[in-house]
Design a protein around this ligand. Structure first.
Ligand code: MG
Length: 267
């Protein structure tokens, strides 16, 4: 009688052990759950080739010039696409130069685009003042604000250390750049920025963070960084629901210059 129970017990133990999945078994199962595994594997090259939809044709610009589908925000002639950020109506008070650039007029206030944008590819070129003044955050400071809220820092960092999450190429006070890639002071820098706007639900809660990728003079300095919220000088980032908004350039009391600014809208 006792032996019978022992056999029964052993049988139960063996059954339970047999039912337990080994890691290999689990991996096998995951593999067979992928669409590729559930379908018959293609046996010819054509089976994995896609012909539609056909991407739109875009004619690239030469030497940083805008591609054919870009919205040009500054073409070297005037600031007609910009207004003063003080009232969002008055003409942009910065100075257009004969060389096709424009320069911050100190303490005249920020400027912003008339157009509103969501996700964009943005090309912008900037130059620190040739005459070096001040240090740290007060040397050649400006900034590119995406959707009026999220700053990619512009700063003359050459021989001018500051907190690294506020240096050139940082997402100000949120993300240290992967490299310091500035050209010498007084020469032209390029920023190529890929920005995806945040998503908010009907209750006003953020359901997806904004992301930003920044290429500074051809060097990746922000790699799809998830923006934490608004740029704040003091305090934590905030996440208040917003729609499309303008691109803003910062007057931080330094004669930073800009040129060749264009955007492509992204989905
Ligand atoms: Mg700044």
């Amino acid at each position: 009688m006792t032996m019978r129970y022992v056999y029964l017990y052993l049988l139960i133990v063996i059954f339970v052990l047999a039912c337990q999945e080994t890691p290999e078994k689990q991996a096998d199962q995951q593999e067979t759950n992928t669409p590729q595994a559930t379908e018959t594997a293609p046996t010819n090259p054509e089976a994995t080739e896609i012909y539609e939809p056909v991407p739109p044709r875009v004619i690239p610009g030469e030497n940083g010039a805008p591609p054919s589908d870009a919205i040009v925000l500054f073409d070297g002639k005037n600031l007609d696409k910009w207004v003063s950020a003080k009232d969002s109506v008055s003409p942009a008070p910065w100075k257009v130069n004969p060389d096709g650039s424009f320069t911050v007029v100190r303490r005249s206030g920020d400027i912003q685009t008339k157009d509103y944008f969501g996700s964009v590819q943005l090309h912008i070129e900037w130059k620190s003042p040739e005459v070096i003044e001040n240090e740290g955050q007060n040397r050649g400071n400006s900034g590119v604000f995406l959707q009026n809220r999220y700053e990619v820092q512009v700063l003359d960092n050459n021989d001018n250390p500051t907190y690294t999450n506020g240096q050139v190429g940082s997402v100000y006070k949120q993300s240290v750049p992967l490299a310091m890639a500035s050209v010498p002071t007084g020469e032209w820098n390029t920023y190529d920025i890929i920005y995806h706007a945040p998503v908010f639900n009907d209750a006003g809660e953020k359901t997806k963070s904004a992301t930003v990728t920044v290429i500074h003079n051809g060097v990746l300095v922000q790699d799809h960084f998830e923006i934490e919220g608004t740029t704040e000088y003091i305090g934590w980032p905030k996440n208040i629901a917003h729609a499309d908004s303008f691109i803003k350039l910062q007057d931080h009391d330094a004669e930073v210059s800009y040129r060749n600014i264009w955007v492509r809208k992204l989905e």
